[in-house]
Write a protein that binds this ligand. Structure first.
Ligand SMILES: Nc1ncnc2c1ncn2[C@@H]1O[C@H](COP(=O)(O)OP(=O)(O)OP(=O)(O)O)[C@@H](O)[C@H]1O
Ligand SMILES: [Mg+2]
Length: 425
């Protein structure tokens, strides 16, 4: 139960009160006067204070003041032999929780302390909930009100404070990198490096040396020793994008780091310790890659501790109007152009569309309309969709069990040039 501070100059009174309150499993602290109470309150967190009124070195009202200085919500119960109406009124006015008289009835004191403790507990729970809401709102740069996206935001809020490995899956352009950055920003590592590396951009050997570093002479061209990105991300977060493309030897090394925090530079037998949180993204179905022998099963389970899946935009069409609006706003600001909006007919057309490039494609479509037309209201004609990519009736085009990038004919302007790696140190 709670941590209770008893303040009374009479040791026998404290002893009998403590005896009674311990029946409710409270942890009891004692102070024999106002000054001792002040020191105890400054150094510890309590859930309830029970105080006498008249003590040789001051009054219970002073204890109330110190208690509220340390925590404005801390309940203070007065227990006094000289009960006057004036004192009762004054202590309640100053925020006392209750006012009891001596000689006390043990049952009454116990019940009052229980009520006070319960109030403290609820208030603190409420504060924790509010913190969680702030954290959630802190990730509000991931927009969308569909149930799936709300769930993603909630998961981010839950997982961000931990060091758990997160596997982020979803088709191209669904926001995987956005999620990785949000996790880092909302984690205790936020002020430490966020290092992103695109595993698909390197050959087998290069990726290994990029991630884990190498010793001088480890391979042709390794003319001096080099630190890898894992070491660069020490104390921070390493984001392995397109992790499904890692070679099997690189996967073995990754598993070792994840299991015991040890890495081996290429060409070295001396393990080095690192403290890195790993976030992994892939547009591939890793389970399928495991079946095909291209991905280690043990690594898959190690990575998938907390999965976050981003559904394709065509499966959350209710987000299309809101997201279009947000992109219109963002692009107007970026291009320093007047704000535009999409006509209802344009939105209707987008709802029918398969969006192989997902949110990136939606953003690029709107940006293109901003640049190529001058209509303040963007109509269907301003959004050149690949006609073959509409969602046909009876098939919503979901690729729920394979995140393969759908091929599109004609338009592939949603894809971005691949970057190799980026360090935000
Ligand atoms: N929920 C969202 N709210 C706001 N913007 C979003 C959201 N989802 C995606 N975007 C935007 O869409 C674009 C693509 O997002 P991102 O790069 O994170 O996708 P990705 O899944 O990593 O894609 P790829 O697999 O191609 O690397 C970015 O401009 C991003 O800001
Ligand atoms: Mg990406």
């Amino acid at each position: 139960m709670g941590r209770i501070l008893l303040v009374d100059d009479e040791a026998s009174m404290r002893r009998i009160l403590a005896f009674n309150l311990r029946q409710d499993q409270h942890e009891i602290w004692e102070a024999s006067g106002v000054q001792e109470a002040r020191r105890a309150l400054a150094a510890n967190d309590f859930d309830v204070v029970v105080t006498d009124q008249r003590m040789p070195d001051g009054e219970g009202l002073a204890v109330l003041g110190y208690a509220h200085e340390s925590d404005a919500t801390l309940p203070v119960i007065f227990l006094t032999a000289v009960a006057t109406i004036e004192l009762a009124v004054e202590s309640m006015r100053q925020g006392a929780f209750d006012f009891l008289t001596k000689p006390f009835q043990p049952e009454v004191v116990r019940a009052t302390v229980r009520r006070a403790y319960e109030r403290t507990r609820l208030l603190r729970e409420n504060i924790l909930l509010k913190d969680a809401v702030v954290r959630l709102e802190g990730t509000s740069e991931i927009f969308g009100e569909s149930p799936a996206i709300r769930e993603v935001r909630e998961r981010i809020a839950r997982v961000a404070p931990t060091s758990a490995t997160v596997l982020i899956t979803g088709e191209t352009g669904t926001g995987k990198e956005l999620v990785a950055r949000a996790i880092h920003r909302n984690s205790p590592r936020a002020s430490k490096p966020f290092v992103a590396v695109n595993c698909a951009a390197f050959t087998e050997t290069l990726l290994e040396s990029e991630l884990f570093g190498h010793e001088k002479g480890a391979f042709t061209g390794a003319d001096r020793q080099r630190q890898g990105l894992f070491e660069a991300a020490h104390d921070g977060t390493l984001f392995l994008d397109e992790a499904g493309e890692m070679s099997l030897p690189a996967q073995a090394k990754l598993l070792r780091v994840l299991t015991n925090g040890e890495l081996l530079r290429v060409g070295s037998t001396r393990p080095r310790q690192v403290d890195v949180r790993v976030l992994v993204a892939t547009h591939r179905n890793l389970q399928q890659r495991v079946k095909e022998g291209l991905f280690r099963e043990d690594l898959f389970y190690r990575l998938a501790v907390v999965p976050i899946h981003l559904p394709p935009l065509r499966d959350r069409v209710e987000d299309i109007p809101g997201m279009s609006d947000i992109f219109c706003q963002q692009i107007a600001t970026e291009l320093k152009m007047p704000r535009r909006s999409l006509s209802e007919a344009a939105l209707q057309q987008l709802r029918q569309y398969r969006f192989p490039g997902n949110l990136r494609e939606l953003r690029n479509l709107i940006e293109r309309a901003y640049i190529l037309t001058s209509n303040l209201e963007i109509g269907p004609g301003d959004l050149p969709l690949a006609q073959k990519e509409t969602v046909s009736a009876g098939n919503n085009g979901s690729h729920a069990d394979s995140f393969a990038i759908p091929t599109s004919e004609g338009f592939d302007f949603w894809s971005t040039p691949r970057k190799n790696s980026s360090c935000a140190l």
